[in-house]
Design a protein around this ligand. Structure first.
Ligand code: C2E
Ligand code: MG
Ligand code: MG
Length: 563
């Protein structure tokens, strides 16, 4: 070899090695070019590399054969290298030449040998890496697993923030039935075909992975949504070669379309959205494909937060009683008050609308109501002891209490504990919806009456008001909800005005005391008077007040009335 040839050899060999060790991955193009130069330099017509996992695979021709250079004149084999790796794999490199070419000199043969040995060792390393990856990113059957899914999400997050992507989790519906119907073996065929169909549908830009059992994860470009949804909603899948025998396969899925500008903090951001949605989709009778709903999730989060912090909050007495006066609209005298709950949590005031409905999801509300009753009775006792004349205070009891057969005893125990005269306590209950509740309600109200405790129907007019409720249960007081109170008297014949008038009249005729809630303006005070509803509760007179402020009202007890 001449000096120039040797120099050329060094340059291209180095290039070849660089391409194989490129940190960004294997630079196949550069590798091919460098190899072609080297082959030309050594008059090589063709170079072939073979990789077999085992000698058995080699004997059966099951391996990978690569040929990165072939000038079409490969007549004679001039060199062969064979490596048996420690893992049992067989790697072979073969070099061919044109029969008319000058044979390789010893020096040239040495260099060709070195080039091919280097290539083979590189191939062996890459194959090993691939095999390890195979174990890590595939499950035992060969489906990509959840690690492959996470890797895909991370890659796409880095590339495009996952914008333009929909991610999801799905479960095959009734696959057990399919297995029973056609047998497990054919079931496997269907399973695989359905997977392949979805993998094809999401294409190179997406991924479908198996989470375990018949649960899968997927991600796809939004443009492919309708095609993917078609497959998820159900397609016939063949389980014989001719495609004559088919079964319908469908899935339930929870999906999340990453909104534009949304910051995906980590793969958990995605999983936290798709997993619960997939569970909901599985249970949902109407629609088996559900999209993650930010509002719904926030509500659920709020619910969990409230339920979790409730026990400690109760213990720490974070709940306080606020008192809203009830005023006689003819005399201006404060004749009663309603106890309303306020929650001081982490330095903030939480209003009942935010926590009462949550606590009503289970029996937590009953604990809170008894806490309130206890606090109210304690206050009444203290006022009496301090020489302040109390007014009758109403306490709200949730309908959840009605199933408690000892409810009456529990209420009386609290009142007796504080030695509060019964006429200072009033219980507000809302309307009921079922027959069973109705019976319980009647029992409880009767019991309270017998003890001389006033009872009020709260929020009359909202929900399923039934006249039966008033006829069959001996209430003392009807609290008309503020939605029944007209805003002004501009239209005396509006439905609201007429209904308000007749509801008040009816309440009086059957001997019920009448309270109107939500009285905010002078006009409304006037409406109450004209309709002979004596008692008002509302912002016109006072908002619900902290106990210290309410105690000041107990001293004066009289409100200025409009002329
Ligand atoms: P509710 O028993 O019908 O109480 C009346 C609600 O109307 C109170 O709301 C009160 O602040 C509000 N209100 C009074 N006057 C006016 C007015 O002029 N204008 C307007 N816009 N609103 C007025 P709050 O305190 O937010 O309580 C809401 C509901 O939460 C109560 O409705 C009651 O159902 C429930 N609640 C409150 N405390 C308790 C409790 O200790 N136990 C139970 N079970 N429920 C409670
Ligand atoms: Mg009430
Ligand atoms: Mg009410």
């Amino acid at each position: 070899m001449t000096k120039e040839q040797r120099e050329e050899y060094y340059i291209h060999f180095e290039k070849l090695i660089d391409c194989m060790q490129d940190l960004n991955g294997f630079d196949h193009d550069g590798f091919r070019k460098a190899l072609a130069k080297l082959c030309e330099l050594f008059r090589v017509a063709k170079g072939v590399t073979e990789f077999y996992k085992s000698p058995f695979d080699e004997n059966h021709g099951q391996g990978e054969v690569l040929c990165d250079y072939d000038n079409g004149h490969a007549d004679v084999q001039v060199h062969q290298i064979r490596i048996n790796s420690d893992t049992g794999a067989v790697i072979i490199g073969t070099v061919y030449m044109d029969r008319n070419e000058k044979p390789l000199t010893d020096e040239e043969r040495e260099k060709v040998d070195l080039i091919f040995r280097t290539m083979l060792s590189f191939i062996a390393r890459r194959r090993l890496q691939k095999a390890v990856e195979g174990f890590v990113f595939n499950d035992e059957v060969g489906y990509p697993n959840s690690r492959a899914y996470m890797r895909f999400l991370m890659k796409m997050k880095a590339k495009c923030g996952l914008h333009g992507y929909t991610c999801g989790c799905f479960n095959l519906r009734h696959f057990g039935n399919i297995n029973r119907e056609i047998g497990r073996q054919l079931g496997d065929v269907v399973f695989k075909s359905y997977y392949m169909l979805l993998a094809e549908t999401v294409g190179d830009t997406g991924i479908v992975c198996r989470l375990g059992g018949d649960n899968f994860l997927l991600a796809f470009r939004n443009e492919l949504s309708s095609a993917v949804l078609d497959v998820l909603r159900g397609v016939p899948v063949a389980y014989d070669k001719k495609g004559e025998n088919r079964v319908e396969v469908s899935a339930s899925a929870g999906l999340f379309t990453v909104p534009d500008g949304f910051l995906v903090e980590s793969t958990e951001t995605i999983m936290d959205r798709i997993m619960p949605t997939a569970q909901a989709a599985r249970r949902d009778e109407a629609d088996h494909i559900l999209y993650f709903d930010e509002k719904m999730a926030k509500q659920k989060e709020h619910m969990i937060r409230v339920q979790r912090s409730f026990p400690a909050a109760l213990k720490k007495r974070e709940f306080r009683v606020y008192y809203q006066p009830k005023v006689d609209v003819f005399t201006g005298e404060m004749v009663g008050a309603e106890a309303l709950c306020r929650w001081f949590h982490k330095g903030k005031l939480v209003s009942p609308g935010e926590f009462i409905p949550v606590l009503e999801q289970n029996t937590d509300i009953c604990k809170l109501d008894f806490y309130m009753l206890d606090a109210v009775c304690r206050d009444i006792r203290r006022w009496m002891d301090e020489g302040k004349k109390p007014v009758r205070v109403s306490v709200n009891l949730s309908r959840k209490h009605l199933v408690d057969v000892d409810l009456l005893k529990h209420i009386m125990d609290v009142i007796e504990k504080h030695r509060v005269p019964h006429f200072y306590v009033e219980i507000e209950l809302t309307e009921t919806t079922t027959d069973v509740e109705f019976r319980d309600l009647r029992r409880v109200v009767n019991g309270l009456q017998a003890q001389g405790i006033c009872t009020a129907v709260d929020d009359f007019g909202v929900g399923y008001s039934s006249l039966n409720l008033i006829r069959e249960i001996p209430w003392n007081i009807l609290k008309i909800d503020r939605c029944f109170l007209p805003e002004d008297e501009k239209n005396k014949y509006s439905t609201t005005s007429l209904m308000y008038k007749h509801v008040v009249a009816m309440a009086h005729d059957i001997g019920l005391e009448c309270v109107t809630e939500g009285v905010e303006t002078v006009e409304q005070v006037d409406i109450l008077r004209k309709n002979h509803c004596d008692i008002a509760q509302g912002f016109y007179f006072d908002k619900p007040l902290p106990v210290e402020e309410f105690e000041q009202r107990l001293v004066n007890r009289r409100y200025e009335l409009p002329k």
